[in-house]
Structure formats: structure tokens, C-alpha cells
Design a protein. Structure first.
Length: 200
């Protein structure tokens, strides 16, 4: 018999063995000795809640003894909804509905939070351009996601909220308090510094 000798360990049909349907199985691979090369592990799935509103940003009760109330609660709900939308791809408005129901947000506060969410969603590029000018030392994409969300919300409220808008100093202070509630140890100072530039 001419030609290269057959490797007795390599099956005649290398695609599949046993009772596996070849249409259902990935092709097997073999090394030069005919031994199976294990198929690579599938990439791990990105874990995210399937239902909007399931991401719950836990407040730091060491710095804030009470849960936010009034318009601060609405702003906090808007921040959570926008954070979830960026983290998971859930629609921010849908996430806000679930968060408002979970937290028992009153209808007028829910409407206020919705206006803020929509202002951020519709003007994100403008807000990020503004943020890039206000914080030139830190690219927008590298700003902590919580801080970035809080700043977008505050800038949107300063620029786009209606006739009943709060004074700019109040909006900035609320953003700092929400940063203290949900952000890192450095978040309040960073948020205060950026918005302080806006207020002059």
C-alpha cells in the first residue's frame, strides 16, 4: 500500500463520532497524532437583568442617613434609570417606570423625573460636548459612569428644564448630594468642581 500510513487513532470521518448528529455538532479538530483538540469554551455571556428596573443603586447610608425625598428622589430615580440604560441597553423611560413603582414615587415627581430623563436622552451629544469643555483633563468616556450620569442630568436640568426650573445653585447642590449618595468617595468633589465651573 502506497502513501502515508493511516493513523489508527484518527476516525475515518473526523467531523463527528458516536450518535451525535453531524448537523447539530461543531466539527471536531485533531492534532498531528489524531488526538482530539478540545473545542474552545464559548465566551461568557454578559450578565444583565432581563427586566428593566432591576439594577438598584444602593445608597451609602454612612454619608446619607435617609433615602432621598421630594425632587431629590425624582432626580435620583432619573439617575438610576439613565445609569441602567447605559449599563444594560434597557430603555431609560421603561426603567424609570419600574424604579418609580418600586420606590413609590408620586406622579408629579415621576413626571419631573421623566422630563429630566428625556432631556438627557435627546441631548446627550450636546451634553457630552459641554462636559468635555468643563472637564478637559478627563475624557468623557473615562469619567466614572455614575459621575457622568449625574453630570449629564444636572447639565440637562440647567439647560433644558422648563419654567419651573430650580435655581442653578440648587441644581448643582442636588447633584453633589446624589453623587455623595451613589458615587465613589471622590464623586462629590468632582461633580462639585465641574458644576462650579458652570456657575462661575
Amino acid at each position: 500500500m502506497t502513501g502515508a500510513p493511516q493513523n489508527p487513532r484518527k476516525p475515518s470521518n473526523p467531523r463527528y463520532q458516536g450518535n451525535i448528529n453531524p448537523d447539530d455538532a461543531a466539527p471536531r479538530r485533531y492534532d498531528e497524532r489524531g488526538d482530539d483538540i478540545p473545542l474552545p469554551e464559548p465566551p461568557p455571556e454578559t450578565l444583565s437583568p432581563q427586566t428593566p428596573g432591576l439594577i438598584h443603586m444602593e445608597p451609602d447610608f454612612e454619608t446619607e442617613s435617609e433615602t432621598p425625598t421630594g425632587r431629590r428622589a425624582a432626580r435620583a430615580a432619573a439617575v438610576q434609570a439613565l445609569y441602567e440604560a447605559e449599563s444594560t441597553g434597557h430603555p431609560a423611560t421603561t426603567a424609570l417606570e419600574q424604579i418609580a413603582e418600586r420606590d413609590g414615587l408620586e406622579k408629579d415627581l415621576q413626571a419631573f423625573a421623566l422630563r429630566l430623563v428625556e432631556a438627557v436622552e435627546m441631548n446627550r451629544l450636546t451634553l457630552d460636548d459641554r462636559l468635555a469643555v468643563l472637564a478637559p483633563a478627563r475624557p468623557v468616556a473615562r469619567i466614572d459612569r455614575v459621575d457622568r450620569t449625574i453630570l449629564r442630568l444636572a447639565l440637562a436640568e440647567l439647560a433644558f428644564e422648563g419654567d419651573d426650573e430650580a435655581p442653578p445653585a440648587v441644581i448643582a447642590n442636588e447633584a453633589v448630594e446624589i453623587a455623595r449618595l451613589y458615587g465613589s468617595e471622590t464623586s462629590p468633589r468632582f461633580v462639585n468642581g465641574v458644576l462650579g465651573t458652570v456657575l462661575g
